[in-house]
Design a binder for this molecule. Structure first.
Ligand code: ZN
Ligand code: ZN
Length: 338
């Protein structure tokens, strides 16, 4: 079977792999769609922390079940599924406390272990989440959406509150969709006017602030009548933006870091203390998020049409992928068809 492997930063190759056996508790799936995200782009550029090469990328997968091990009940051959790509140990402190998304020994497919940029893949059957009606494209978008779903869950977003999302890239878009679904009054901050307009026209975000044109703090005060937003999400992974984000929550508010920066973030303690801020990390997503998102897309509460901007077949990935890494390409989500 064909696969695409990232041999080292900047070099993808098309190669042929042997078939893999299904062991107990596993399922063999046919990979139909692979979403490309920031993690893949960072790995390609060589600036993804904790990343080793060579690696088969691909953690946003829309698949069809081909074969299951004896005794598997949650899926059967022919089922179409989203894949929860977080392989957890099941025994560590996080796993024992129902937090498999931040398992001590977590292996994310396509990041720490070889992923799904190939025709067939063997995965633990319990990591498959099936849908009778979602398209393969939609199934491949579930993991991206789950990042936003989990972040909004972490911050316990309430109806009516002002929620600020810093960064209108794919992670920010995912957070927006669930903040809107939670009934929050959403404000988006970015420096790219085209992205801000996209959030307004495609997702129905009521408030946007262009930080390159206006003072963010002043704009936030105006929008919230001087209160400031009670929940703030940083989806940039940019250290300057993450440090600035400590200025934006209301007194008693919370700040959630969805983006990741491989270094140290500093903040002013009196400012943090005076406001009694709660700071949260949000890592990956939990199994229940996958189930919930599939239900929300099935019920047409979450719309997936704005997401996919670029497409390629598996054999064209070697030439197309480098183009997607150029910010001028305007990629929100590139989808690989296998
Ligand atoms: Zn991703
Ligand atoms: Zn664990």
């Amino acid at each position: 079977m064909n696969a695409i492997r990232l041999e080292e930063p900047g070099r993808l190759t098309l190669l042929s792999l042997g078939t893999t056996e299904v062991r107990p508790n596993e399922a063999l799936v046919r990979v139909h769609r692979i979403g490309v995200c920031g993690t893949d782009i960072h790995a390609f550029k060589g600036n993804q922390p904790f990343f080793s090469y060579p690696r088969i990328l691909g953690h946003e997968l829309g698949v069809e079940v081909l074969e299951v091990a004896a005794g598997i009940k949650n899926v059967s051959p022919g089922d179409r599924c989203a894949v929860e790509p977080y392989i957890n140990c099941g025994v560590c402190i996080a796993c024992r406390r129902d937090r498999p998304n931040c398992c001590v020994k977590l292996q994310v497919l396509g990041v720490h272990a070889d992923g799904g940029m190939r025709e067939k893949l063997v995965v633990p059957a319990g990591k498959l989440h099936r849908s009778r009606s979602l398209s393969l494209d939609q199934l491949a978008l579930v993991e991206t959406l789950a990042i936003g779903c989990h972040a909004v869950d972490r911050a316990k977003v309430e109806p009516g509150e002002f929620v600020l999302i810093v960064g209108a890239g794919p992670i920010g878009l995912a957070v927006m969709q669930f903040a809107l679904e939670a009934g929050a009054q959403v404000i988006v901050l970015d420096i790219n006017q085209r992205r801000l307009e996209f959030c307004q026209s495609q997702l129905g975000v009521p408030y946007t602030v262009n930080a390159s044109r206006a003072d963010p703090k002043e704009s936030l005060n105006q929008i919230t009548s001087g209160d400031l937003p009670t929940a703030v999400f940083d989806a940039t992974g940019n250290p300057q933006s993450m440090a600035n984000a400590f200025e934006y929550p209301a007194h008693g508010g919370r700040l959630t870091f969805v983006g990741l920066f491989p270094g140290t973030i500093t903040f002013d303690d009196p400012n943090f203390h005076r406001r009694e801020l709660t700071v949260l990390a949000s890592r990956n997503a939990r199994p229940a998020d996958f189930t919930r998102i599939i239900g929300l897309i099935e019920a047409k509460r979450i719309h997936t049409s704005p997401w996919i901007t670029h497409r390629a077949s598996l054999s064209d990935v070697v030439t197309e992928f480098p183009r997607w890494t150029n910010p001028d390409a305007g990629v929100i989500k590139a989808m690989i068809e296998v």
